[in-house]
Design a protein. Structure first.
Length: 148
């Protein structure tokens, strides 16, 4: 997985939170639920154990992402890459977005993945280039207006 340094730091902070404060919080919930008595019919205990399971799964996933991450260095290249801000024009008008890794993707915030169909065709192109996105029912042409 390709990540910017900034996103790797965000993942590490999230992992630290899940491993320390979140684990402590869940441990306290489990301990408190145990004190209520019979565990076989204890909803609080079952909920806390479920939270623990979900937290541990999230920790494992984050550790895997961090371990397998490839850091993308920002360069001064004029070619589109991860972390590039791109302005394009199509029949829909002018659109602006940032190319990000798949786990940073959020189209509502203008962040599209380098693995998305549009992201894939834009990577390594420059301002002034024209690209064509083939959709199942149509083709959409884009002109790259600006790359930052």
């Amino acid at each position: 997985m390709n990540l910017t340094k900034e996103n790797l730091e965000k993942l590490q902070k999230k992992l630290d939170f899940l491993k320390k404060p979140k684990r402590r919080e869940i441990s306290l919930r489990i301990q408190s639920a145990k004190e209520l008595g019979d565990l076989s019919e204890n909803a609080e205990y079952n909920e806390a154990k479920e939270a623990q399971s979900l937290n541990e799964a999230a920790i494992a996933e984050l550790e895997k992402q961090i371990r397998e991450a490839t850091i993308i260095e920002e360069s001064k290249s004029n070619k589109i890459q991860i972390s590039s801000n791109v302005k394009v024009q199509s029949v829909k008008g002018v659109q602006q977005f940032t190319i990000v890794s798949s786990n940073e993707s959020n189209p509502l915030e203008g962040k599209i993945s380098d693995e998305s169909p549009l992201g894939k065709i834009l990577i390594n192109h420059c301002a002034g280039d024209k690209v064509e996105l083939e959709l199942p029912d149509q083709k959409v042409n884009y002109k790259i207006l600006e790359v930052r």
